[in-house]
Design a protein around this ligand. Structure first.
Ligand code: GDP
Ligand code: MN
Length: 384
């Protein structure tokens, strides 16, 4: 099936199953929560902080970095500090990282956005949303307050964690050599990204990047149904060309290999990832090419499909971790570990990354256990 990886034997295992005492006395990773928010979202921010503190951070005390294109007011800052069990920093985003860049015609871009509003594309007519998506696609990891960090955990207003997270996911990702972690993968609204895949795959092709197993999660090689073709042609027809667009094959949504985007993406309001993935030359080149196409204005490209296709091109399955053990909800979509595919496991886990000496016996048991773990077909690497 498109959107489902067929690599069951090699797909990674959950870091932890069952309960354990949080390993609070062990070293931390160099990570932080990153929260982009506006003053008016304070209530939602507090809800998210209460949840992550209760289920994780009151043991682990990872710092928070709050970012805003505007200025956080004093009551926002004071309230947030009250709910944090760790250090908090507040940063304002420089205009060079937010808003229309010089090289784009602002009037044309605004018109393109207004037209997406007319077509009732979700958030399509909201200029600030386009800026937010572009910021999360190409800039957040360049914010000076994140310079000192190697890892980030993205937190949004109005999210909820259901289950205790009694181990340190940063440390585990480091130990298992993971780059990007997610907990929900869903399908994108295709009218928001009619040409995203063409540009993304052009990057892949022009740079002669070999196809990895992860690409299967996003690329659909089957023939699309007839009405799909009509739909996407319809959507792209009246998109004004506001910026230099490189010549590309003119079959909407399809690349030169005859692949189509299946719309699957990691839902990026939750992410735990290495910042150096985004800071790499490859990701920067990818972002520049996407950005210069004008798609952040002429269409409503979300940072989620941008991050996902970049991962699909530049990473492999082994670099990705599915946090199936995290109970997580945002708006109407949630992931519940009890419903996650696979066996229900009750074993006490091996949990510590660096202290191999102390945990040697546990590690050995753990390896033996996982060697016999029967990986189910729908291992969760696929779209909800
Ligand atoms: P949704 O989850 O796709 O519905 O989008 P949200 O409205 O939750 O926005 C995603 C994230 O970006 C959230 O953390 C918001 O607080 C933040 N955000 C969205 N627009 C803006 C904006 O204009 N300014 C700031 N500072 N944050 C924003
Ligand atoms: Mn949100």
């Amino acid at each position: 099936e498109p959107g489902i990886l067929k690599i069951n034997e090699t797909y990674d295992k959950p870091f932890v199953t069952g309960c354990l005492e949080p390993a609070v006395d062990l070293p931390r990773a160099n990570g932080a929560f990153v929260v982009l928010a506006r003053n008016k979202e304070l209530d939602g921010v507090i809800q998210s902080m209460k949840s992550i503190e209760r289920h994780f951070n009151h043991w682990f005390h990872y710092p928070y970095v709050f970012l805003n294109d505007g200025e956080f007011n004093e009551s926002f800052k004071a309230t947030v500090k009250k709910y944090a069990s760790s250090d908090v920093e507040f940063g304002q985003i420089d205009p060079s990282m937010w808003g229309f860049p010089d090289w784009v015609n602002h009037d044309d871009a605004k018109e393109a956005i207004a037209k997406q509003g007319d077509r009732v594309i979700m958030y399509g007519g909201m200029e600030s949303y386009h800026h937010m998506c572009r910021f999360y696609s190409g800039f957040f990891y360049k914010h000076p307050l994140l310079d000192k960090y190697k890892w980030y955990w993205r937190l949004e207003p109005d999210i909820k964690y259901f289950c205790d997270i009694t181990y340190d996911p940063f440390v585990h990702m480091e130990r298992h050599n993971k780059t990007y972690g997610y907990t929900i993968a869903v399908k994108e609204l295709k009218e928001t990204v009619p040409n995203l895949f063409r540009y993304a795959t052009a990057y892949k092709r022009l740079n002669k990047i070999p196809t990895t197993g992860l690409w299967d999660m996003f690329a659909d090689r089957s023939e699309p149904p007839k009405e799909d073709v009509a739909d996407s042609a319809d959507v792209t027809e009246d998109i004004p060309k506001t910026s230099p667009r490189k010549p590309l094959p003119d079959i909407d949504g399809e690349n030169m290999e005859g692949e189509k985007y299946n719309m699957c993406h990691f839902w990026s309001n939750f992410e735990i990832a290495r910042l150096d993935f985004f800071r790499s030359k490859e990701y920067e080149d990818f972002f520049q090419m996407m950005d210069k196409s004008g798609g952040f204005w002429t269409e409503r490209w979300g940072d989620a499909p941008i991050h996902s296709l970049a991962a699909g091109i530049l990473l492999d399955t082994k670099d990705i971790h599915y946090f199936r053990d995290f109970g997580y909800r945002h708006t109407t979509i949630q992931h519940c570990p009890a419903n996650a595919p696979g066996k229900q496991l009750t074993r006490k886990p091996f949990y510590h990354a660096e202290d191999m000496q102390r945990n040697k016996r546990l590690a050995k048991e753990d390896d033996a256990y996982w060697a016999n773990y029967d990986t189910p077909k729908h291992n969760g690497v696929g779209c909800h």
